[in-house]
Design a protein around this ligand. Structure first.
Ligand code: ATP
Ligand code: MG
Length: 570
């Protein structure tokens, strides 16, 4: 490609609303342009990278035995009503009407469509298992579209769905996809972790994994063990429970203490000269309209996902001050587990405390020497809190948990019979009995990967693409297009490399060398050939973008070097 004709304009500065580096760089390097919040045009360079990522995804899905198809983005609302999601999906679902006033939605995901399709096409166990996938534009009216392609409202996703006759079959389909994902992210040169994630009520142990790109701007926190290979999203991560050495109650009897105006953990620890871990904190939640108290240690945070799963609730919410006071009769700050009249859930760590300080359910009073099990019941107990960095790993107990920020780029999920049940996707088994198909779903944020890679791979000058996904393999820069020998060598190399199947961009613009070099750094093509002052002696500069080191070599050498590098990396 000749840069003089390439539809590209680089920017010196990024627009001020671009907050993260990947967004800034992709705008500056001319890979994307915004049309509206969360809606982007992929310019030629960006589109080339996207297609390469897409191709890697496609090759690995095909290799894993999945079959590609393409479903409509425009979906009649009736399918969503049938699955029950039309009402619960909320405003993220883009709804519209056709000229006959019939309701439609723009697909944010395709469980409804695929399950209905497979239900109509397959009726016998003989045609199972099957895994189908598509690479398609998805629509989600995200509350906060941001960070460029990382959270778009229109974005490219690969979504796959597996249909099995048995649960063992689902297991196989699931791990098959898991392995394909590993290969995909490896080939994209991404530093990633596969982490256990919350599977909600279905899925069970190992029922879902997220593939996370490690990056400081990531919205998810992941906990990994320093010793074993345990890795989990914080929403699910568990630390090893502390062993209690003695169950003998050493605490004295309950003592009521006057704590006027002392409402927060901070105020309480100051007032009583103690530490947050000595405090038993009580929070009021509303789970599907019913109030309950959650009792955790003062230095811990409630994990609402764990709570929700334990309760098998549709909805849980921290009660506001008003409804909390209404359901307990006590103002916030003085609520405690002793004598409270609503159901209480006790976090394991509280169950292991010998004694603690808690609200006395009376304005301006707390209790000292509160002993779990003695002064309040510890019947409904479990892990209801976030793990903390540095705590012992729950799997091996030898390592400690380390925390990282991650961007979710992929997700594998055991759906079970959630959709096949409601949408009636059944088959006849070998003995002619009707059974429900067992499903899995597997998503990859193809366009999100683009941003995630840039987030991980850049320097102060611009983007650094790995050869496997770079928009072009080689960037040839004749320093002056007015110099005949420079132009001749550059053009010869351009033809030769292309004739050998490499993708080459040649900067044939009549621009100052500084401009060309800056643009080249910004765009981030992995191998660069600068044809400059050594041209007359048949030599050029070879530069790798990843470290910007220069080597002067002959035209033949540079050709073989680059050819070899690209061959090795693909
Ligand atoms: P998130 O928690 O980031 O909103 P999600 O759980 O809604 O993601 P899935 O429904 O599992 O995501 O979608 C599959 C994949 O699609 C995700 O792993 C992610 O890579 C990508 N994805 C989801 N939402 C967006 C978005 N708004 N923009 C770009 N990619 C997205
Ligand atoms: Mg989402």
């Amino acid at each position: 490609m000749r840069q003089s004709t390439l539809f590209l304009s680089t920017l010196r500065d990024a627009p001020s609303d671009a907050e993260v580096i990947s967004h800034k760089l992709m705008l500056r390097a001319g890979f994307i342009r915004q049309l509206a919040a969360g809606i982007y045009t992929y310019l030629p360079l960006g589109w080339r990278v996207l297609r390469k990522i897409e191709q890697i995804v496609r090759e690995e899905m095909d290799r894993a035995g999945a079959q590609e198809l393409l479903m409509p983005a425009l979906q009649p609302a009736e399918f969503w009503k049938e699955s029950g999601r039309y009402s619960v999906y909320g405003p993220e679902l883009i709804r519209l009407k056709d000229r006959h006033d019939r309701e439609f939605a723009l697909g944010p995901t395709h469980e409804e469509v695929i399950t209905t399709l497979v239900k109509n096409e397959i009726s016998s166990y003989r045609r199972l298992p099957v895994t189908l996938y598509q690479i398609q534009t998805k629509f989600r009216d995200e509350r906060r579209p941001r960070f460029g392609l990382l959270r778009g409202r229109e974005f490219l996703m690969k979504d796959a769905y597996s249909f099995d006759a048995t649960w063992e079959g689902l297991d196989q389909s699931y791990w098959n996809m898991y392995e394909a994902y590993r290969r995909i992210f490896d080939r994209c040169n991404i530093n990633f972790r596969a982490v256990e994630a919350d599977a909600g009520a279905i899925g069970g142990e190992g029922g879902t994994h997220e593939f996370m790109v490690l990056a400081d701007i990531g919205e998810d926190t992941i906990a990994t063990c320093s010793h074993c290979d345990y890795a989990a999203n914080l929403e699910k991560a568990q630390s090893a429970s502390v062993k209690i050495t003695s169950t003998e109650v050493k605490a004295d009897k309950l003592e009521k203490i006057h704590t006027p105006g002392v409402r927060t953990i901070g105020q309480l620890t100051k007032h009583l000269q103690t530490e947050p871990q000595d405090i038993i904190k009580t929070l009021i939640y509303v789970a599907d309209d019913r109030p309950l108290a959650v009792v955790i240690r003062g230095d811990h945070e409630v994990n609402e996902i764990k709570l929700k799963n334990y309760l098998e609730a549709e909805n849980i919410e921290l009660a506001d001050a008003q409804s909390s006071a209404a359901s307990t009769g006590v103002p916030v700050g003085f609520i405690g587990p002793v004598g409270i009249e609503i159901p209480i859930l006790v976090d394991t760590a509280v169950g292991q405390m010998q004694s603690g300080i808690a609200g006395a359910n009376e304005t301006d009073y707390h209790f000292r020497n509160v002993v779990p099990g003695r002064d309040f019941t510890v019947e409904r107990t479990g892990d209801f809190r976030n793990a903390i960095e540095g705590e012992a790993c729950s799997r091996c107990s030898e390592g400690v948990l380390q925390f990282f920020k991650g961007i979710e780029v992929g997700h594998v999920f055991k759906l079970g019979t959630k959709y096949s049940e409601t949408l009636g996707a059944r088959y006849l088994d070998a003995s002619g009995r009707e059974q429900t198909m067992i499903m899995g779903c597997y998503g990859i944020g193809v366009s999100r990967i683009l941003s995630a890679i840039v987030e991980q791979s850049h320097d102060e000058r611009g983007i650094i693409w790995a050869p496997a996904i770079a928009p072009y393999h080689v960037h040839i820069i004749p320093v002056s297009i007015k110099d005949e020998s420079q132009t001749r060598i550059a053009e010869e190399l351009y033809d030769r490399l292309r004739n050998h199947g490499l993708e080459v961009l040649i900067d044939d613009r009549d621009e100052r060398p500084g401009v060309k070099f800056n643009d080249s750094d910004l765009i981030g093509i992995p191998f660069r050939i600068v044809v400059g002052k050594h041209a007359e002696s048949g030599k050029v500069e070879y530069i790798e973008r990843k470290n910007n080191e220069k080597q002067v070599m002959t035209v033949d050498d540079v050709f073989s070097r680059i050819f070899e590098e690209v061959r090795l990396s693909s």
